[in-house]
Write a protein that binds this ligand. Structure first.
Ligand code: 4AD
Ligand code: MG
Length: 474
C-alpha cells in the first residue's frame, strides 16, 4: 500500500506492506517513513530487541526499506496511526556520512546543487505534488470547457514572438558547415533543409488549429535563449496556450481570469496538506525579515484572495498615467523612469501597480503597438494593439495574450513594417485568406503560476531540473 492509502483507508489491525525512504530513525525504535504519495510520513515502531543488528544499523535517513506489519492506532502523541513492524527489509542502503540530505534544514541554494535528491525533502516533494496537481487542473479546466487539446511542434521554422531569442536545432557540425554564396551557413544542407529552432511559443500553430476546431489549447515545453538570469526566467519552461475562434479581447480576459481562479481553487483543495506545510514554512521565513518586507497575507490567504476577488482591468494609458504620477517615479526611485507614452513597462513598474497601488492582480490591455508582437490586432487609433498582460503580486507578468490581427491587409502591413519576411509566414497569412475570423488567445507560464501557488521566490525551485544561462546540470 502507499502511505496515502494507509491514511485514507486506515485498515486497522490488517497486515500491510509499505515501501519508502527513511526520513528519521529515533531511539532505535521509531522510523518515520515517506513514500512521496502524500505529505505525511507513517511512523513504524520497531521491536528492536527481536531485530537483527545488521538491519538496525542500516535504517539510516535516506535508505529505502520495505516494512511488513500491522496497522494500529498510535499509542504516542503526534499521529493517529502507526505500523507495528513485523519484518524490515533494507532495499537500498544509504551511508549516513555522505548522504547530502541530512535530516536538518538546508538552504535552497544547496538543494539546487543537489536537485537529483532534493525531492526527498518536505519542501520539494510538496512543490512537485502541487506542480502535478496544477497541470491536471489545467487539462481539467479546458476539457470541461469544451477545448480540444492540440500538440504544436517543438522544432519549428518560425519565430512566433519575433524576438529572435531562439535555440538553433541543427545536425550540421559547427566548425565544418558548408557556406553559401554570401558566406553564411548553408542550411539547405541541414537535416530539415532549412533553419530550425526550438519553439518559443505554440501560438501560431495553435491559431491554425483553432481555425477548424474552434477552441483549442496547447500545453508543452517552450524554449527561450534570453540571457535573463532572474528569479522569474527559465530557458526551458512550460506554457499553456488556449486559442479561441470568434473571441475578442474581452472574452479572452474573462477566460484567463476564470481559468486562473478555477485552477487555484482546485489546488487549494487537492493539495491542502502540502499548502499548510508551505504556508508554515513561509510564515517562519517571514519572521526573519524586517517588518516592512513581510507579507500582509500568508500564502493560503493570498490564494483565497485571488480566487475570491475580481482582477483590476486598466489600459496601458491609464497604467502609464498612474506610474508617471507615482511617488517612486517623482522621487526618481525607478531604474527606468516613466516619462514618455510608449515605453515598455519593466518589472519594477508592474510590481508597483500590483503590490503597492492596487494590491490585487491587474490586467493591462491595449498596449502601444511598438512594444508588442506583430500578430496583435491594431486598434482604431492606429497606435495601440489589443494585447493584454496579467500581472500578479510577487511575480509580475504571469499571462501574455491578445486578440489576433485577422485582417490580411493590416497584418501584411505590420509584417513589412517589422521587416519580417512574408515568405516565412506564408501559411500563417493563408489563415487570413481562407475563412478568417476574429480570434484571441493567451499564454500562461506554468512555472510562474506554481511560484504563486507555492510562495517560492525563485523559479529554479519549482521545476525539477532548471535550465538557465550557464546551467544545464542533470
Ligand atoms: O508573454 P509571452 O511571451 O507570450 C507568448 O509567448 C504568446 N505567444 C502567448 C499567446 O498569446 N499564446 O509569454 C507568455 C507567458 C508569460 O506571461 C510568462 O508567464 C511565461 O509565458 N514566460 C516565461 N516563464 C518562464 N521563463 C521565461 N523565460 C518566460 N518567458 C515567458
Ligand atoms: Mg509577455
Amino acid at each position: 500500500m502507499t502511505v496515502k492509502d494507509l491514511f485514507l483507508n486506515t485498515p486497522i489491525s490488517k497486515t500491510i506492506k509499505v515501501q519508502g525512504w527513511v526520513k528519521t530513525f529515533r531511539a532505535n525504535r521509531f522510523i518515520s517513513l515517506n513514500d512521496g504519495s502524500t505529505f505525511q510520513s507513517i511512523q513504524c515502531v520497531v521491536d528492536f530487541e527481536n531485530t537483527d543488528n545488521e538491519i538496525l544499523n542500516n535504517i539510516n535517513s535516506g535508505a529505502s526499506i520495505e516494512i511488513s506489519g500491522t496497522l494500529v492506532e498510535s499509542q504516542g502523541k503526534g499521529q493517529k496511526i502507526e505500523i507495528k513492524v513485523k519484518k524490515i527489509q533494507i532495499l537500498g542502503k544509504c551511508d549516513p556520512e555522505d548522504y547530502p540530505i541530512q535530516p536538518k534544514k538546508h538552504s535552497l541554494e544547496f538543494l539546487r546543487e543537489n536537485a537529483h535528491l532534493r525531492v526527498r525533502t518536505n519542501t520539494f516533494s510538496s512543490i512537485f505534488r502541487i506542480r502535478s496537481s496544477i497541470s491536471y487542473a489545467i487539462h481539467k479546466y479546458f476539457k470541461e470547457s469544451g477545448f480540444v487539446y492540440v500538440n504544436t511542434p517543438i522544432i519549428t521554422g518560425s519565430d512566433a514572438e519575433g524576438a529572435g531569442e531562439m535555440f538553433k536545432v541543427t545536425t550540421l557540425e559547427i566548425n565544418n558547415a558548408e557556406l553559401d554564396n554570401s558566406n553564411k551557413i548553408d542550411y539547405s544542407k541541414d537535416f530539415f533543409g532549412k533553419e530550425t529552432n526550438l519553439t518559443v511559443s505554440g501560438q501560431l500553430e495553435a491559431e491554425s488549429m483553432a481555425m477548424g476546431l474552434g477552441n483549442v489549447y496547447t500545453f508543452g515545453p517552450t524554449f527561450r535563449a534570453e540571457n535573463s538570469n532572474t528569479s522569474r526566467h527559465l530557458a526551458e519552461f512550460w506554457m499553456v496556450e488556449p486559442e479561441m475562434a470568434f473571441c475578442d479581447l474581452d472574452d479572452n480576459m474573462n477566460l484567463a481570469e476564470d481559468f486562473i481562479k478555477k485552477v487555484l481553487k482546485y489546488v487549494i483543495i487537492d493539495c491542502n496538506e502540502d499548502l499548510i506545510f508551505l504556508n508554515e514554512r513561509l510564515i517562519n521565513e517571514d519572521k526573519t525579515k524586517p517588518l516592512k518586507d513581510r507579507n500582509e497575507l500568508n500564502l493560503i490567504e493570498r490564494l483565497n484572495f485571488v480566487v475570491n476577488n475580481d482582477f483590476v482591468r486598466i489600459n496601458y494609458t491609464e497604467a502609464f498615467d498612474i506610474l508617471r504620477k507615482s511617488k517612486p517615479n517623482k522621487k526618481k526611485k525607478f531604474k527606468y523612469p516613466i516619462n514618455e507614452w510608449g515605453v515598455d513597462l519593466q518589472s519594477e513598474h508592474e510590481r508597483f501597480l500590483v503590490e503597492k497601488h492596487f494590491k490585487k492582480p491587474v490586467i493591462i490591455y491595449d498596449y502601444p503597438a511598438k512594444i508588442k508582437a506583430f500578430y496583435m490586432r491594431m486598434n482604431e487609433d492606429g497606435k495601440t494593439v489589443r494585447a493584454m498582460d496579467i500581472l500578479f503580486p510577487g511575480i509580475g507578468e504571469i499571462v501574455g495574450g491578445s486578440q489576433r490581427e485577422e485582417r490580411l491587409d493590416v497584418l501584411k502591413e505590420r509584417i513589412s513594417e517589422l521587416n519580417i519576411d512574408e515568405k516565412e509566414l506564408w501559411w500563417y497569412l493563408d489563415l487570413r485568406k481562407y475563412g478568417s475570423v476574429k480570434h484571441s488567445g493567451f499564454g500562461l507560464g506554468l512555472e510562474r503560476l506554481i511560484l504563486f501557488a507555492t510562495g517560492m521566490s525563485n523559479i529554479r525551485d519549482v521545476v525539477p531540473f532548471p535550465r538557465t544561462p550557464k546551467n544545464a546540470e542533470f
